[in-house]
Design a protein around this ligand. Structure first.
Ligand code: ZN
Ligand code: ZN
Length: 441
């Protein structure tokens, strides 16, 4: 079975430089069984990109099973953009708990009502079926799927999915039933010692799972002020999963106010807490694009992200080299960039710039087009000719806004081309865009 995360954020989508690593899209996880059955856990904004990928595969027909934990906005907002539902011949089976305000169909129709969305739910050409769930065991897409209610301020179910000899449990939007996890006098670390029946059932529901995907929106310090909001701190998730004999936990539904740096810190703390449980439990924070292949009884390697966390563009310290032969312009640019906390070096001629790049490769080169001696284009040519600077981002400054000059700039390999006069906020935004784009490509 393959598991892929398309949305890891809770409450609301938060795209931007601070969430590039762990992701800004709301809940959506794709499970693909060895028989190619498709189960989609929640349909937050991450579902849009998943839909694009499914359509791009060019299958004859897409048969999707969408399993909604509940119908809060952040779990259904991607559905109107789930393009396979707009294609005749496809089928979409939607599962979820019946909301207190009516059946699943009516709730989903509500967000596509004319006031909010131009296409009515009944107009979708795919064959769409609705399945209101309570607790029980079901067969969905060839998998055995058990459901159990979670502790959240809305009817919410967790899913235990068994297929291909592995178990994945999805427990998103849930908070502890009790402040105290362990019964006084009981042996901590065992399911029987869990104080509250609800928490005990919760532990049993995830017992021996290969992967548990669990809400961990808050830190232990934040949780007391957010009690009854329906989300967990990781110091509840880790011990309960360890007691249940779970092999690996993906913490998800990251709080919208937590940037990459913060979530990385949660991950470090949760991992060291897991280590102290002594059960071999592996814990990580789910990130957009993360894919895990689960095989029965395979030895568990500690989870290592494909692309390890790097401080996001918002927090990293970037080095910028500015090359301009006009002292006034140079001063203006340096002040603007230093205000934005960049480390700035300057050169007033092309050859000097090339020598400085050789000494220390900057993250970005801001290059004037028209300079006496070696001009910007000649510098570009020299830079692109060397392998070590082939992909160095270059923002070219120029007084020439005509089409041929602009094209010549891009043909020479500039990343962005900014024409004078420019405003400082516009210039710094373009610098930021250059860095963001190239850091993530
Ligand atoms: Zn949520
Ligand atoms: Zn919710």
């Amino acid at each position: 079975m393959r598991v892929r995360f398309w949305g890891t954020r809770g409450s609301i989508a938060v795209p931007g430089p601070g969430t590039i690593h762990f992701g800004g899209n709301t809940s959506c996880v794709q499970l693909t069984t060895d028989n190619d059955d498709l189960l989609i856990l929640d349909c937050g904004t991450g579902a849009r990109q998943l839909a694009t990928e499914l359509m791009a595969q060019g299958r004859k027909a897409i048969n999707a099973n969408i399993l909604l934990g509940h119908t809060h906005w952040d779990h259904i907002q991607g559905f109107p953009f789930f393009t396979p539902a707009f294609v005749e011949g496809n089928s979409v089976a939607i599962y979820g708990p019946e909301g207190s305000r009516g059946p699943l169909h009516d709730v989903l129709a509500g967000q596509m009502e004319f006031t909010y969305f131009p296409v009515d739910l009944t107009q979708l050409p795919a064959a769409i079926t609705y399945h209101d769930l309570t607790e029980g065991v079901h067969t969905i897409g060839g998998a055995r799927v058990a459901t159990q209610f979670l502790n959240h301020p809305a009817m919410t179910v967790g899913y235990r999915i068994e297929a291909d000899g592995v178990v994945v449990v999805y427990l998103v939007d849930h908070e502890p039933f009790s402040d105290e996890l362990w019964r006084a006098g009981g042996v901590p670390g065992r399911i029987e010692s869990i104080l509250h029946e609800g928490d005990r059932r919760h532990a049993k529901f995830m017992a021996d799972a290969d992967l548990v995907i669990h809400d961990a929106q808050y830190t232990p310090a934040e949780y007391p002020a957010k009690k009854t909001w329906g989300h967990s701190p990781y110091d509840y998730v880790v011990p309960i999963a360890a007691a249940a004999g779970v092999r690996r936990v993906a913490l998800t539904h990251h709080d919208p106010s937590h940037d990459d740096e913060f979530v990385a810190e949660i991950e470090r703390n949760a991992r060291s807490l897991a280590l102290r449980q002594g059960t071999g439990l592996d814990v990580f924070c789910a990130y957009e694009g993360c894919e895990i292949v689960l095989e029965p009884h395979s030895p568990l390697k500690p989870f290592i992200a494909d692309a390890p966390y790097q401080a996001s563009v918002a927090q990293r310290q970037f080095h910028i080299l500015v090359v301009d032969d006009q002292p006034q312009m140079l001063t203006l640019i340096v002040c603007a960039l230093e205000d934005e906390q960049y480390v700035v070096r300057t050169a007033t001629a092309g050859l000097e710039a090339l020598r400085m790049i050789d000494e220390q490769l900057p993250d970005l080169l801001v290059l004037d087009y028209k300079m006496t001696g070696m001009d910007g284009m000649a510098v570009m040519k020299a830079i692109r000719a060397k392998p070590e600077t082939q992909s160095l981002p270059v923002l070219m400054l120029t007084g020439m806004a005509d089409e041929p000059s602009t094209r010549a700039g891009f043909d020479a390999g500039v990343t962005d081309y900014v024409t004078k006069p420019f405003s400082i906020p516009q210039f710094t935004a373009r610098v930021r865009a250059c860095l963001t784009r190239t850091q993530n490509s």
